[in-house]
Design a protein around this ligand. Sequence first.
Ligand code: NAP
Length: 600
Amino acid sequence: MTSELEIGLYIFILAGFLGYHVISRVPPLLHTPLMSATNAMSGISLIGSLVVAGAGHGPLSTAFGFIAVSCSATNVVGGFLITDRMLKMFKKQEDHTAPRRRIRFTQAALVAVAVLVAGYLAHVYWYREVGRGAGGYAGSVLPSTVLSFFYILSAVLFILGLKGLSSPKYARRGMFLAEFGMVMAVVGTLFHQDIVTYTWIAVGLIIGTILGGSMGWWVPMTAVPQRTALSHSLGALAATLIGISEYIRHHGELGRVLMTAIGFEVVIGGLTFTGSLMAAAKLQELLRGAPITYKGQNISNIAILAGTMGLLIYLVFVPSASVLFYVMVGLALLFGFLLVIPIGAADMPVVISLLNSYAGLADAAMGFVLMNKIQIITGSLDGTSGFLLSLLMCRAMNRSAMNVLFGAFGKIETGQTGPAAGAKGTVRTIVPEEMAVLLDGARSVIIVPGYGMAVAHAQHGVGELANLLMKRGIDVKYAIHPVAGRMPGHMNVLLAEANVPYDQLCDMDQINPYFGEADLALVVGANDVTNPAAKYDKSSPLYGMPILEVERAKSIIVLKRSLRPGFAGVDNELYYNPKCMMLFGDAKDSLSKLFAALKS
Ligand code: NAP
């Protein structure tokens, strides 16, 4: 066991480093697909769940295994489908003419390999069932050896899949490889020697496929953050249930290593389950998005966490204390809930990324419990990806992870006016007809999308306007801030959905030098990411956050409904700049009026 543990730990650490190396090369353009891809891969908990659901260890164990199979299958199917849906949208200008040939080749190659693998598995199965009776192969040895190779190959395919995300050109191909790796791991596991019944496995797989398929096909792109949070909670639930089921199966007689692994699995899984559910509910506006705070909140949270960890340590030495085991699970569930309530809805992306990381750790812990190396690898990759994305987001917002988790950012204080409120002056407004005249005389336009574009579902209107302007010979560029919207890469996905070629999307560093030359900066529902106070006003919560230098353009038009602040809750002095004009109204409505004015 100890040497197995050592190998497991080596694998976990090495996979983490490899994951860091591969994932840090994924461009911001693909950060949203990265989130859903790692989410789909973390559905590898399916293979451990399949064994528990089919091993016949008793009704409770089978029931937990069945629920875990349904949850994990939902993540796998839903995660890969939505990732593919997103990646299909990312096209260069020239890709609009000949987009699919290469992928067809990859698909054909994968189908050929799948047929070979299926044939081989049938062969193995035949020897296991028939050959064993006839004194042929030792059915119990061959499958586990073959399975190990399947898992190794699957792990390689997952890493290649993530590597593909380093460019939109290879991203879909990479994901096909990862999907194929998942199919191999799952199909191979179905032949696992411990599986004695397939009834609940089949039901779980059907339920998971239906749920995941619906989530993958029909969830709108604007609802991707809550879908991601929901699938983290499903993955974490699967890990928690498998941990509890393993604890029950061993009747509390566990070695220290196994008890530690089970303890981590249920604690991290439990807090991730309730934390992610809360995050999904806040993002879906089922719960109030504002932070809920009370006196002594951080201290009571830390006390609960300390109590949970104390119980875990006690259980490592006295694993038979089953009542304390369930108290520990309960405390972990409570902690996840309490951890998320003081965090505002707008900070949820960072929280989701962190929970993504925790879900990966729960998955890895499950790998240690079942001594399943591919789960250790994918758990480590998922953990690294979530952690890295959280750090990138915090850096782009110039905030620390501690401030996000414990700062109750976004809480409206009574009497708060915003540090830049003193910058008030005259606000100029414009109507669509005047704006059409202004656009007629422009030679270069930079479009700056923000969260309001997502709220208004105005991405298609933005894309159509840009096409019309380009047809009139105007140079159009899009300026994408790394944290515009509510998810890393949020604007990229929405604009890709509106068929905007990704080579027209410019990162902040690329576009900032061009603002000085632009005739017009058209801000569509963006606010904080354009606030000049971030550069010099030390009292502003935005101070230090790099911004899009919209104020350098020759003229500026902002599409939003009012002068209300954005996520950071501070006034934007850009709106009082003499070069700036406000077109008030819902961004989608304003764009269609503008479109009509331009056409007439
Ligand atoms: P923002 O500062 O939150 O501003 C969005 C603006 O959109 C609001 O001021 C709102 O003004 C407007 N709006 C809302 N609905 C609209 C509609 N239907 N039509 C037109 N306008 C509408 O957004 P942002 O500039 O994109 O900045 C993102 C903020 O989120 C940053 O502060 C960032 O730090 C934070 N954040 C981002 C991430 C990420 O990963 N992307 C993660 C965490 C936090 P009205 O109400 O007046 O219309």
